[in-house]
Design a protein around this ligand. Structure first.
Ligand code: PLP
Length: 381
């Protein structure tokens, strides 16, 4: 059976070009880039080339890029660095809809006595600037606001948030794990101090990420040990994955506009047809600025786990919320925060497309879903 993968916000396929580029570094090019001999030194130069390419994806300077082990590490490193920056500042700001990589760290810091403001979002998944401004105080160590939400795809006003933080002298981090490679990002135009990216969301392998740290921003390392990454992140570099990430960023940069146009077209076909063919459905964040690959659909009166199970049998893979919250029957914190009504919150499914999604696949999904929805609702009544 041919499978249809619509869970690209959970992870993406490594692209063939990326795989080809990284393989030699898992075979014959295995030296340690920190070694003094020429074998290692040559690989160090190759690693630095990759850093340049990754930097160019977000308009950064290569020396502003720290390679990390994943998006979660990048997120954690940013927050921990900020609280070490000025230990007297014990207030942190984030949103109710962040990824657990931020939220669970915040909860842990609350237990240690930090005060955390979790900003709400509205019914369209949007963040409101007045609530953000009101939350700021002289004790605020950092604001960490995601660039785009992993479940709804809603894009937050990062430029505006950054400008206010800069004016108030407050550190600003953004989790751009879902945004990078999908929308153009230029850190030179944003007053962002730190920004996280994860390789496996843009067709590089799992287990590689970056943290951008603005040149003038002081950084306190989270992982202590050797001198790698200029002392900012110890541990022998994952060279093959760094090379892969460089290639993935190069491809993303070259194709960002055309790809987003293509996935938006397919996402719109999916949404329009499901809205026409299924009654009582609601698209979360529909009226907001969104990532073009993401749609979060709430079907009233069905159980999303059952729908996903039925789709799975057809070889169609999607998710009920974020991958980290699937498997629990509790609806995701994001859908709760945007106030999806009780009748629909348990029937919410996220479809996330990629450059490899085809129109034929989307048509197949459109053909199958309405029948399943009717059947599930009939059994409920
Ligand atoms: N931040 C967001 C918005 C995400 O969607 C994810 C992964 O789903 C992460 C952080 C964590 O990234 P990683 O899986 O590389 O740790």
């Amino acid at each position: 059976m041919k499978t249809i993968y619509l869970d690209n916000n959970a992870t993406t396929a490594v692209s063939p070009e990326v795989l080809e580029e990284m393989l030699p570094y898992l075979k014959e090019l295995y030296a340690n880039p920190s070694s003094a001999h020429s074998f290692g030194r040559n690989l160090y130069y190759r690693m630095e080339r990759s850093r340049e390419i990754v930097a160019s994806l977000i308009g950064a300077e290569p020396e502003e890029i720290i390679f990390t082990g994943c998006g979660t590490e990048s997120d954690n490193s940013a927050i921990i660095s900020a609280i070490n920056f000025d230990e007297k500042k014990r207030h942190l700001i984030t949103t109710q809809v962040e990824h657990p990589a931020i939220l669970n760290l915040m909860k842990q810091l609350e237990r240690k006595g930090y005060k955390v403001t979790y900003l709400p979002v509205d019914r369209a998944g949007r963040l409101h600037m007045d609530a953000f401004i009101e939350a700021l105080d002289d004790e605020t160590a950092i604001a960490s606001i995601m660039y785009a939400n992993n479940e709804t795809g809603v894009i937050f006003p990062i430029k505006e948030v950054g400008a206010i933080c800069r004016k108030r002298g407050i550190l600003f981090h953004t989790d751009a794990v879902q945004a990078a490679g999908k929308i153009p990002i230029d850190v030179k135009k944003l007053d962002v101090d730190m920004l996280s990216i994860s390789g496996h969301k843009l067709h590089a392998p799992k287990g590689i990420g970056i943290l951008y740290v603005r040149k003038c921003c002081k950084f306190f390392p989270y992982i202590i040990g050797g001198h790698q990454e200029c002392g900012n992140r110890a541990g022998t570099e994952n060279l093959a994955s760094i090379i892969a990430l460089g290639k993935a960023c190069e491809i993303a940069l070259e194709n960002i506009e055309i790809e987003q146009h293509n996935v938006a077209r397919l996402r719109d076909i999916l949404e329009l047809n499901l809205m026409n063919k299924c009654s009582d459905i609601f698209i979360n964040g529909y009226d907001s600025e969104r990532l073009s690959n993401t749609t979060s659909i709430s079907f009233s009166n069905i159980d999303s786990e059952v729908l996903l199970h039925r789709l799975d049998k057809y070889g169609i893979f999607a998710s009920a919320g974020s991958a980290c919250s699937s498997g629990s029957s509790e609806p995701s914190h994001v859908l709760r925060a945007i106030g999806v009504p009780e009748i629909a919150i348990h029937g919410s499914v996220r479809f996330s497309l990629s450059r490899y999604t085809t129109e034929e696949e989307i048509n197949k999904v459109i053909e199958i879903i309405p029948g399943i929805i009717d059947e599930l609702r009939m059994h409920r009544n």
